[in-house]
Design a protein around this ligand. Structure first.
Ligand SMILES: NC(=O)c1ccc[n+]([C@@H]2O[C@H](COP(=O)([O-])OP(=O)(O)OC[C@H]3O[C@@H](n4cnc5c(N)ncnc54)[C@H](OP(=O)(O)O)[C@@H]3O)[C@@H](O)[C@H]2O)c1
Length: 221
């Protein structure tokens, strides 16, 4: 039986990943910050771990919680949005919230989890966004969020050489109907996750360290 760890799974894309991997027969461990998220994860048949990725003392306990595991798949899904533009400096609170969740959390998770992914010669993916593509950016809409995802891409890029037996990718999920994506997004969570799972199942060694879209195509950095 394959084992997956999904970090940030209380709702949205993370919860749909739990639903589909459990339905596909995987053993799934998934994280939430509160009781409501835990209940949704457990109702799908997954094991829930309590982790706040923006809180160093919480996220640093992950390796202890996962002691001895081999992970075929680890997904860093947790993320928050901020809508500021380049005209408006972010508040320190907004900067810390976005950068701690989207960047620092991943930097704390990867050293704990990547050896467990290497043990299974598995895949470690961080949910990034096409909004983090330097070449694809022509506006300052949601500038802080974009900057955080560009930094997250570098987290993946700098981590990959240190864990050569894991295949790591930064992965854009598409524009998805969730609390973050909104009701007008083009993809349902079910459709996006079906495509993401297909892409994750076919990541080649040559794609390790790359920035991919949900359909498996490469996104320019
Ligand atoms: N939806 C889109 O169109 C879209 C497009 C591109 C990229 N993405 C990326 O895909 C990922 C998932 O997005 P989504 O649309 O599913 O967003 P969402 O519906 O807003 O869900 C965000 C998830 O992240 C968790 N999270 C936030 N802060 C956390 C923290 N400090 N510790 C642990 N978990 C935390 C939330 O948990 P709580 O319930 O505890 O808040 C929730 O489970 C994000 O990284 C996002 O940037 C989404």
């Amino acid at each position: 039986m394959s084992t997956a760890l999904i970090i940030g799974a209380s709702r949205g894309i993370g919860l749909e990943l739990v639903r589909q991997y459990v339905a596909d027969g995987w053993r799934v461990m998934a994280t939430a910050r509160d009781d409501a998220g835990r209940d949704r994860i457990q109702a799908l048949g997954a094991q829930c771990l309590r982790v706040d990725v923006a809180n160093p003392s919480s996220v640093s306990a992950l390796a202890w919680m996962l002691d001895g595991e081999k992970l075929d798949l680890a997904l860093y899904v947790a993320g928050v949005m901020d809508r500021n533009s380049a005209h408006t400096p972010p508040t320190q609170d907004a900067f810390d919230r976005v950068m701690h969740t989207n960047v620092m959390g991943a930097m704390m998770v990867i050293p704990q989890v990547a050896p467990m992914v290497e043990a299974a010669e598995g895949v470690l993916a961080c949910l990034s966004s096409v909004m983090g593509s330097l070449q694809g950016t022509h506006s300052s809409d949601a500038a802080l969020y974009r900057i955080s995802k560009t930094a997250l891409n570098m987290v993946v890029r700098t981590s990959q050489p240190e864990y050569p037996r894991a295949r790591m990718v930064a992965l854009h999920p598409g524009w998805v109907q969730t609390d973050m994506g909104g009701a007008h997004a083009t993809l349902t969570a079910a459709h996006a996750v079906t495509r993401l799972r297909h892409t994750l199942a076919h990541i080649t060694p040559a794609q390790a360290g790359q920035f991919l879209s949900y359909d498996g195509s490469t996104i320019p950095w």
